[in-house]
Design a protein around this ligand. Sequence first.
Ligand code: KIV
Length: 248
Amino acid sequence: MLKEDFYAMKKSGAPITMVTVYDVAFARMAEAAEIEMLLVGDSAANVMLGMERTAGISMEAMCLFTTAVKRGAPNSYIISDMPFGSDSEPKIALQNATRLIEAGASAVKIEGLPLSSLRAIREKGIDLVGHLGLLPQTATSFKQVGKSEEEAEKIFEQAKVLDSLEPCAIVLEHIPEELGKKVSQATNAPTIGIGAGSHTDGQVLVMHDILKMHPFKLPPFAKSFANFWDAGVNAFCDYRSWVNKKKI
Ligand code: KIV
């Protein structure tokens, strides 16, 4: 798919599904499921590397995960997160965005509004995904943002600036439903929500939550559609029993 296809989906009211993936096997599954956008999120820091914060992940790691996803889903639209600090100034941002594209990404996603870096990337014709609302790389709390009129207005204005750069999508994270609706109505670019209500043009979830791959409580806005944790633990137990029986 191309950026134009996502804009056309928004226009026609067809919802867009985005899912995070980080490796070959799950990228292959997501492509088989015809998911429209695969996100190599910097949430890899948490779910793949066990780090506390997404800010801990490096460019090298993001390139490696992107390469793996491209191998598993060669025909999919792959978006890779620019890790914390990688977009600090335009020249560096452009170099890092180019590395992710060379690793297999179709577009790069940047948190917040580092305007000169965003412009440098777009000027070179690289597809961009914005990310507003809760910004995990720099957040000091993981509470909903945009509740006050002032905060909501700031996010709304940021979305309009981002929209003028013609991104292929804008991710809206953990904001009030009404604000998600208002932004989605005001932008040409498709909005993809995570904890932003049901009026965004699409939704994104972390695959470890969708598949319930961990024993932890899900974030309030996440939803599981399978239980890989139970299935995995049971399979490992069955395998262990099989090995034990063989030895007897
Ligand atoms: O890194 C990530 O997984 C993300 C999504 C939560 C949107 O940015």
